[in-house]
Design a protein around this ligand. Structure first.
Ligand SMILES: [Fe+2]
Length: 173
């Protein structure tokens, strides 16, 4: 089967075309998430959580750099048609910031959303890494693996921090 892209060119359906869609999607997602994590860092009450969110602003730009390297190697151009995928999660984090007062309860809600965001990254990068390996793009696969590991580390850090924050939020009630 063939699909018509936004630019009007006909693309053969293939693993490469799915790879390109997924890569573009996560590329735009990370661009938006950088800004979202800046707002989350500002809103976080717990200092350790604030640091994790600030670190995400930095990680996000590293990940974008690796994705751009990958796109360059594969001569791919990002297609803005796939920019909306994580906007629901970003809206959810902005709503938490505006509706809750600063404190442990808001922190727990921000952690819950951040973990969904990180799981999205683990899944997207995992698929892309596997596809790149199949396509024989070893360097690209290594860059995507690095991004996936970064997402997994963040998820683990959030789980660890959540233990004390959840307890504090529970006791606050
Ligand atoms: Fe991340």
């Amino acid at each position: 089967m063939k699909t018509q892209s936004k630019t009007g060119t006909i693309e053969q359906e293939s693993l490469e075309s799915v790879f390109k869609t997924e890569l573009t999607e996560v590329y735009f997602a990370q661009q938006r998430l950088g800004k979202a994590y800046e707002r989350m860092a500002e809103a976080a009450h717990d200092e350790e959580l604030k640091k994790v969110f600030e670190n995400q602003v930095h990680n996000t730009s590293l990940q974008i750099g690796r994705l751009e390297k990958c796109m360059e190697m594969l001569e791919l151009k990002a297609d803005a048609a796939y920019a909306e995928v994580v906007s629901g999660l970003i809206k959810a984090s902005d709503r938490i910031i505006s509706e809750f007062n600063e404190g442990s309860v808001r922190d727990t809600a921000l952690i819950a959303t951040a973990q969904k965001i990180e799981h999205y990254g683990i899944s997207a990068y995992g698929t892309l890494r596997t596809f790149a390996t199949l396509m024989g793009r070893v360097q690209c696969a290594a860059l995507l693996e690095e991004n996936k590991d970064e997402e997994a580390e963040t998820d683990e850090a959030l789980t660890r921090i959540a233990m004390s924050i959840n307890q504090a939020a529970h006791e606050q009630a």
